[in-house]
Design a protein around this ligand. Structure first.
Ligand code: GNR
Ligand code: NI
Length: 173
């Protein structure tokens, strides 16, 4: 397993609609393993393939937080939301591609998602709480959408400018 570099916004690859995974292969499993390692290392609770520069519809997540939580690593391939609750939930979101910037985003509180697991087996599952927020944030990434796209143009621009500065400084270092 190896760590992959996480792309920082703004990057054209974070704006693309990702392509469905045609077949779950050893390469898919390698990507998922690397993404889980990269996510835990960051640390984060989710990571979508485009964040590591791979424009495929694959995401990983583990929303069991804290030192004594039992890890629950998940891999979702070609995820599709098949139902959303009417009830909404607001969470303060962050993104590994937009480091140290946080904002409240309102989304459906529960969602049902159909996907292929790492063995290529179709599954359908309901998510609630932080898992529901996270899976929607990750599926947005697969459609070229970031959490800042839910904010006002002014807030989005302020964050984008900060990130441009962060990228310039990282390039110098
Ligand atoms: O680590 C992450 N935390 C987080 C917190 C609230 C809502 C969504 C997230 S996902 C984020 C990791 C990430 O950027 N995934 O794409
Ligand atoms: Ni993100």
């Amino acid at each position: 397993m190896s760590l992959r570099d996480i792309l920082i916004h703004p990057d054209p690859r974070l704006k693309k609609i990702c392509a469905p995974v045609a077949e779950v292969t050893a390469e898919t499993r390698r990507l998922a393993d690397d993404m889980l390692e990269t996510m835990y290392d960051a640390p984060g609770i989710g990571l979508a393939a485009p964040q590591v520069g791979v424009l495929d519809r694959l995401l990983v997540m583990d929303c069991e937080k804290g030192e004594d939580a039992t890890p629950d690593p998940r891999v979702l391939i070609n995820p599709e939301i098949t139902w959303t609750s009417e009830a909404l939930n607001t969470y303060e979101e962050g993104c590994l591609s937009i480091p140290e910037q946080y904002a409240e985003v309102t989304r459906p509180a529960e969602v049902r998602v159909r996907y292929l697991d790492i063995d290529g087996k179709p599954r359908e599952e309901e998510f609630a709480g932080l898992w529901a927020t996270c899976v929607q944030h990750e599926i947005d990434h697969l459609n070229g959408r970031l959490f800042i796209d839910y904010l006002s143009a002014l807030k989005r621009q302020m964050i984008t400018r900060k990130m441009q500065k962060v990228k310039r400084e990282r390039a110098k270092a």
